[in-house]
Design a protein around this ligand. Structure first.
Ligand code: ZN
Length: 226
């Protein structure tokens, strides 16, 4: 079982994994998204992660999606512009700094073993950009914040993504729906979840008091007593 997280822009899925090499066998093992390779002092946030002494590489695995919106094929144009250098003829080249973070095409079996099975991409290191929609993360936010999950604070965002996807389908050419029926009501049935997504997910220190954002306070408090 691999945990799954979603791009907050397009909903494409990513699995946090570590790639373990044992002799000639390479296997993707599940990891928690907060697990990270030990940080070496020279590593900056942007520096690409490479294999540590034990031969493990942390990163994200994503299946090569069947949807038409997924066109990533590891050409230079598929990478964010700030990852590229251009030569005199305007040909793009990946900056040396980002080469270790280049996506690797893999075939992976349901056991996690590399070599056969479904086609996918392994992106070493932190989650920096979405292979599907190209949304690029440049802030120092943690991967857990950059990607939405189906549990904890990401739930409302997942609702948003599901609703957004349903709306896009509804307005697509082949939905077969009359224009006036293309309506959808989406809500999240939990006040804490709603409050959690309207404020930035916790980068606040654990000791600071947690209060709901003002626009989510119970309505009663906003009415002056008569
Ligand atoms: Zn995306």
């Amino acid at each position: 079982m691999y945990p799954v997280h979603f791009c907050r822009e397009c909903g494409h899925e990513y699995h946090p994994v570590r790639l373990v090499t044992d002799g000639s066998t390479r296997t993707f093992l599940a990891r928690d998204i907060d697990d990270a390779a030990p940080i070496r002092p020279e590593d900056e946030d942007d520096a690409a992660d490479t294999a540590d002494a034990s031969g493990e590489v942390f990163g994200f695995l994503t299946p090569d999606a069947a949807d038409a919106g997924f066109s990533f094929s590891d050409t230079e144009e598929d990478y964010p512009e700030n990852w590229l250098d251009f030569d005199a003829r305007e040909n793009p080249r990946l900056k040396p700094h980002y080469k270790p973070a280049r996506a690797r095409e893999v075939r992976v079996a349901s056991t996690g073993q590399v070599g056969s099975g479904i086609r996918g991409w392994f992106v070493p290191g932190k989650f920096r950009f979405c292979l599907r929609c190209g949304f690029t993360h440049t802030s120092a936010a943690r991967d857990r914040t950059r990607l939405a999950s189906l549990s904890a604070e990401g739930r409302s965002s997942a609702t948003t993504i599901l609703v957004g996807t349903a709306l896009r389908w509804m307005h697509g050419d082949d939905s077969g729906l009359e224009a006036f029926t293309r309506k959808l009501l989406g809500f999240t049935d939990n006040r804490q979840d709603a409050a959690g997504t309207s404020s930035p997910p916790p980068s606040r220190p654990a000791s600071s008091p947690i209060s709901p954002p003002t626009d989510r306070r119970p309505r009663l408090r906003q009415r002056p007593a008569r």
